[in-house]
Design a protein around this ligand. Structure first.
Ligand code: PGA
Length: 257
């Protein structure tokens, strides 16, 4: 179990959600959160974060006012502003109501050729803007089969995380590329090995690494959440597909202990 680390359940909606669907989903989560608090007098035993498409951020920031649900972006540019068509700065995300931003998701690394140096710049931008960077790392299936998973992730951590980060500015998400959207997950033993490895590698690289939250991501759903969230050094989940249904996302959050 985590040593005093409050878990974080983060929903990455990716490129899903038109205005009304997104609003309905966020409101449903907000209602559940308020109702649970009323019924038990207690909030969930975890923090909740949703990362919708950028088009929904301002609407959801307003809709979630007063709700215990955090808002994040899915990516940011390294610069504050300038001639970067189609991009958003970390400052813009903060201005839109975000507290977090995902950087280095494998879909960005693969679809947009983002390497560790680029992710490093984005994580630094998040810190500059006062956002928590959710830095994603994870090996491909070929790398795992070749026995290189631990080395690949160590390299990504070393290359993607700027100096000066700590538990207040950084969350790490371990997302094996082959587990994302596939229904496949690593064994509990493999998750435990990787999460312990990540914490070891970050000890010395970031301040107070024992307080850092390390999320697992890749095909997390209600049926496997209890098992995955009980693994040592798993301090929450980054959830893709299952974050698009309020009941599934809620059940994953309730799996936190
Ligand atoms: P998934 O996606 O839960 O749909 O596998 C996770 C992610 O990409 O963050």
């Amino acid at each position: 179990m985590a040593q005093g680390r409050r878990k974080l359940i983060a929903g990455n909606w990716k490129m899903n959600g038109l205005h009304q669907d997104g609003l309905d989903l966020a409101r449903e989560l907000s209602h559940r959160s308020v109702a649970a608090h009323r019924a038990s007098g207690q909030h969930l035993p975890c923090d909740l974060l949703i990362c919708p498409p950028a088009t929904l951020l301002i609407t959801l920031a307003e809709a979630l006012t007063g709700a215990a649900i955090l808002l994040g972006g899915q990516d940011c540019h390294a610069e504050v502003k300038g001639a970067h068509t189609g991009d958003l700065s970390a400052e813009m995300l903060r201005d839109a109501g975000c507290s977090h931003v995902i950087v280095g998701h494998s879909e960005r690394r693969i679809d947009h050729g983002e390497n560790d140096a680029i992710v490093h710049g984005k994580a630094a931008a998040a810190m500059r803007a006062g956002l928590v960077a959710v830095v994603c790392v994870g090996e491909s299936e070929a790398e795992r089969n070749a026995g290189r998973a631990l080395d690949v992730v160590a390299g990504q951590l070393a290359g993607s995380i700027p100096d000066g980060m700590g538990a207040g500015t950084l969350v790490v998400a371990y997302e094996p590329v082959w587990a994302i959207g596939t229904g496949k997950t690593p064994t509990v033993a493999d998750v435990a090995e990787m999460h312990a490895h990540i914490r070891n590698r970050l000890d010395g690289q970031v301040a107070a690494a024992e307080q850092l939250r390390i999320l697992y991501g890749g095909s997390v759903k209600p049926s496997n959440a209890v098992e995955l969230l009980a693994v040592d050094n798993v301090d929450g989940a980054l959830v893709g597909g299952a974050s698009l249904a309020a009941s599934d996302f809620w059940d994953i959050a309730r799996a936190c202990r």
